[in-house]
Design a protein around this ligand. Sequence first.
Ligand code: PRP
Length: 204
Amino acid sequence: MRGFDRGARSWYARPAMSPPPDTLLGSSIKEVLFTAEDIAAKVQELGRGLTEHYRGRRPLVVGILTGCFPFIADLVRAMDIELEVDFMSVSSYGAGTKSSGVVRFLKDLDQPIEGRDVLLVEDIIDTGLTLKYLTEALHTRKPASIQICALLDKQAGRTQNVEVQWRGFDCPDAFVVGYGLDYSGAYRNLPYVGVLDPSVYKGE
Ligand code: PRP
């Protein structure tokens, strides 16, 4: 659902951008936005905050597949409380790269959430359509609370008003991959987040 069509502009100048490591996958990356070390430090910071917030409450931490998988794995290990983990998988209706704003559940939660504290974990929030739809759908199940934790917040893409209580980094308006984020299914296994070299997707 991420807007592939918005990948070209480069208004965002982050001084710390660095060249990618000299690796096979790194050769497709134009620049590194957030190193593995940046991410690890941010995850620890988020984990400390979430630990304080949910202390004594046993939240249900819900990963939105597929891109969430490295983030949620690291995040829950940074939370020093009892918690449970579940996953949802959604897919947008609509053709091409633009979301229609309606999502369909490919995998629902395995359990009821009435009275539970739910933390939705996303790799990235872009238009906000996915999380807007999901939170509205989940609120009908009467949870005690729903909060959102997103590693990357691409505010330039936002079309929906979604409250993100826990965010890692502001994300530039570029096509980013790595640490769960993909291009055509690949690059999820990069240990850092980087900007994909346009030569990889030109000509599509
Ligand atoms: C990405 C991301 C969010 C969604 C955000 O998922 O993981 O779920 O897009 O975009 P939005 O705010 O514009 O709705 P994607 O559909 O790429 O699936 P994936 O997680 O399987 O890569």
